[in-house]
Design a protein. Structure first.
Length: 262
């Protein structure tokens, strides 16, 4: 099943690679600014950006550190990221095809490991967490950003179902409490968590995943028929002609450290 999901991820991102480079929600944002500001980047740092996607984190950190390794499962995404980053004049970034759950690196290599808006596509997120810890130097830090599911069961189920309908490569957006548990269970020490409200414009959200028109209509109708308590929680905005304009989600920035004794 894991291989099937990863194949779906590659198929989905291969055909939409360019959209993720130019997507405003990926290219900019307060979450990206916080990550860079909190990175404590120094010119001697060796950084790994897991599931680099459009390469926005790698691009932002490249001028501040010695070396960045941008890793992604999908060849076409790596090519798009490389074109974007090299086009910005950064020549200290390596582009590596690889799996977030089986990182092709030795132990204790990186000062900083980052992963932004990607972990909800990982079939085995626990393996990703353990691998991030393994390749990180003692005292190194993980800076993680991802969309999260609400803590309430019904809201969690609704959000993950609509994400899966929109994009078959979506596995699960985890709850904030689940992230804390997974990270601490693996051996990380939590340092910080910051929540961001994230408004999804329905048309743009569907376009980025290249959702066909018919399936888009079915998804919209399903969302609009959700119970009022769910529509209220996700703060649906509906146009005067009854179309879904946008809804509110949430992402988090998580900062965790690898203890020096591990």
């Amino acid at each position: 099943m894991s291989d099937v999901i990863k194949s779906q991820v590659q198929k989905q991102f291969a055909k939409n690679a360019g959209k993720y480079v130019t997507s405003a929600g990926h290219a900019t944002g307060a979450d990206l600014e916080l990550l860079v500001a909190s990175s404590q980047a120094t010119p001697d740092m060796n950084v790994l950006d897991i599931a680099t996607g459009g390469g926005h984190v790698a691009n932002a950190l490249a001028p501040l550190v010695q070396r960045v390794t941008a890793l992604d499962l999908t060849k076409e995404m790596l090519q798009a990221a490389e074109q974007f980053i090299l086009g910005n004049g950064h020549d200290n970034v390596d582009f590596v095809a690889g799996d977030a759950e089986k990182l092709p690196f030795d132990d204790d290599v990186f000062d900083l490991v980052t992963c932004r808006i990607a972990a909800h596509h990982f079939p085995d997120v626990s393996s990703f967490v353990h691998e991030a810890l393994r390749v990180m130097k003692p005292g190194g830090r993980l800076l993680l950003i991802d969309n999260v599911a609400p803590e309430r069961d019904e809201n969690d189920q609704f959000y993950n179902e609509v994400e899966k309908c929109r994009d078959a490569s979506h596995v699960r957006a985890w709850r904030k409490t689940e992230w804390i548990h997974m990270l601490e269970d693996a051996g990380f020490r939590m340092e910080a968590m910051v929540s961001f409200q994230k408004r999804f414009k329905f048309e743009e959200w569907c376009n980025r995943a290249a959702l066909p028109e018919q399936e888009r209509g079915v998804l919209e109708a399903s969302m609009l028929s959700a119970p009022s308590i769910i529509r209220k929680f996700f703060d649906f905005e509906v146009t005067t002609n009854g179309k879904l304009d946008s809804f509110q989600g949430e992402s988090v920035y998580i900062q965790a450290t690898k203890p020096t004794h591990v």
